[in-house]
Design a protein around this ligand. Structure first.
Ligand code: LAC
Ligand code: ZN
Length: 455
């Protein structure tokens, strides 16, 4: 039997566009591994921006919370509902227009990241942002979280590639911010405010995206080291030598131990730190850059490898995408963060993570986007061991304190969601917390867009 809310929503989007609130795939994201799950009154699957506007309008009138949802691959619980209507954009996955000759595409929010990348690649173009879980994540979710990925070092995060947005704002108005424009300084930059707002200011329904001609080749270099000091020194040499690599990644300690077993060609004996630095561009350009990268990574290395065949390069990045799951498997569960520190403090951040783990009697490790100073500092626990989980939570408090002490931030990539809310005030001055709350109220006076998130 349909509930009253389901009944109302059906009249807006049709019976096939409404699911019961108990539809489990819509109640969690990748934070499920640490026990986070929610509940909803209904799930709605609109087919068009106008339907999104109608749903928002109805919810706003009826004072029902709206939880926008992309692919559900977040690590901060941003898409986990705590009551209200889950508004999934999955049926809005159309390419509205594609102009390859001017490197531009307009797509609906529910288009999967990997599909977007495939579509533009067929025309020799490249959508640079590469957040993980590309086969599941949606472009709308990537924009709502301003998602990053390994290649953000050279190319920047998702927001850098968004020229315009179509959004539904309170109380149900469909508007456009920016457009197929490479520049726009008319008025405050509301587009930037919506990017990364985690569904708390409105619902993104479509976006104009900037593309690039695809690099001809991707030539990664992998270096293995016997510890943090040697590994961090190699990272610093890449940057100090002015080598404009596309990605600069690392894995340390237990992260390498956990994922090393599946590393293509295996990990050399004694390695506890791995660096990946990738050269891209035209073949000549990338080959030349790779020579310099090999040199920078060789000093103090146990081994340096240069996979080159496209299948081997793809295997390397596939392996990299699986690191988070390999680390989870090591003890069954993990609390994993995404603190960011200035690049020149990265060795301290990596060492500090291990030290915090030691202090709390936890196995700790990190991996991540070294070039961006973005560390997936992680503490492992056994599922069903609340005492060990509690120590992980205390370790995270210390981790955030350390990151702030190094001049960093509590989140560089995954967002605040529900998990990091309590820590935002440690990071922002009170006047800025208040300014953020005022911005939220201006956009969402009834507090219905993704309540309990971000602020
Ligand atoms: C990664 C994800 C967890 O970089 O952001 O592995
Ligand atoms: Zn990451």
């Amino acid at each position: 039997v349909a509930t009253a809310i389901e009944h109302e929503l059906r009249s807006l989007v049709g019976a096939d566009g409404v699911l019961p609130g108990s539809a489990t795939p819509y109640l969690s994201d990748l934070t499920e591994e640490r026990g986070l799950g929610g509940h909803a009154d209904a799930v709605v699957l609109p087919r068009s921006a106008d339907e999104v506007a109608e749903v928002v309008s109805w919810c706003y009138e009826a004072e029902v919370p709206i939880v926008p949802r992309g692919g559900g691959t977040g690590y901060a619980g941003g898409a986990v509902p705590f009551g209200g209507v889950v508004l999934s954009l999955e049926r809005m996955a159309a390419v509205r227009s594609f102009q390859p000759l001017v490197w531009r595409i307009e797509v609906e929010a529910g288009l999967r990241t990997a599909d977007l990348r495939r579509i533009v690649r067929e025309s020799g173009l490249f959508f640079a942002p590469d957040p993980g879980a590309a086969e599941q994540s949606h472009i709308g979710g990537n924009i709502a979280t301003n998602a990053g990925g390994p290649h953000a070092f050279k190319y920047g995060v998702t927001g850098a590639w968004v020229m315009g947005l179509e959004v539904v704002l309170a109380p149900g108005e469909l508007v456009r911010v920016g457009g197929p424009l490479r520049k726009d300084v008319a008025g405050y930059d509301l587009k930037r405010l919506l990017i990364g707002s985690e569904g708390t200011l409105g619902v993104i329904t479509a976006a104009w995206l900037r593309l690039l001609p695809a690099p001809e080749v991707f030539l990664p270099v992998v270096g293995f080291y016997d510890g943090i000091a040697a590994g961090a020194a190699a990272l610093e040499r890449v940057v100090a030598n002015g080598l404009m690599v596309a990605a600069l990644e690392y894995l340390e300690g237990s992260a390498l131990a956990a994922a090393g077993g599946s590393f293509p060609d295996g990990v050399p004996e004694g390695a506890s730190f791995l660096v990946v630095a990738e050269a891209d561009g035209s073949r000549d350009e990338a080959v030349r850059l790779r020579e310099d990268v090999v040199q920078a990574l060789s000093e103090g290395a146990l081994a340096v490898r240069t996979p080159e065949a496209p299948a081997d390069v793809a295997a390397l990045w596939r392996w990299r995408e699986g690191v988070t799951f390999a680390v989870t498997a090591r003890r069954g569960s993990k609390v994993s963060e995404d603190v960011v520190v200035p690049f020149d403090r990265i060795a301290e951040g990596i060492e500090g993570t291990v030290e915090i783990g030691r202090r709390h009697g936890l196995e700790a490790c990190s991996w991540g986007h070294a070039g961006d100073g973005n560390l997936h500092s992680t503490f492992l626990f056994r599922p069903g061991d609340p005492e060990e989980f509690g120590r992980c939570e205390r370790a995270v408090d210390d981790l955030f304190e350390m990151a702030l002490g190094l001049g960093g931030s509590i989140s560089g990539e995954h967002g605040v969601g529900v998990l990091k809310r309590a820590h935002v005030a440690d990071y922002l001055a009170p006047s800025l917390v208040s300014l953020q709350a005022q911005i939220k109220r201006v956009f969402d006076p009834k507090g219905l867009f993704n309540p309990g998130k971000k602020l």
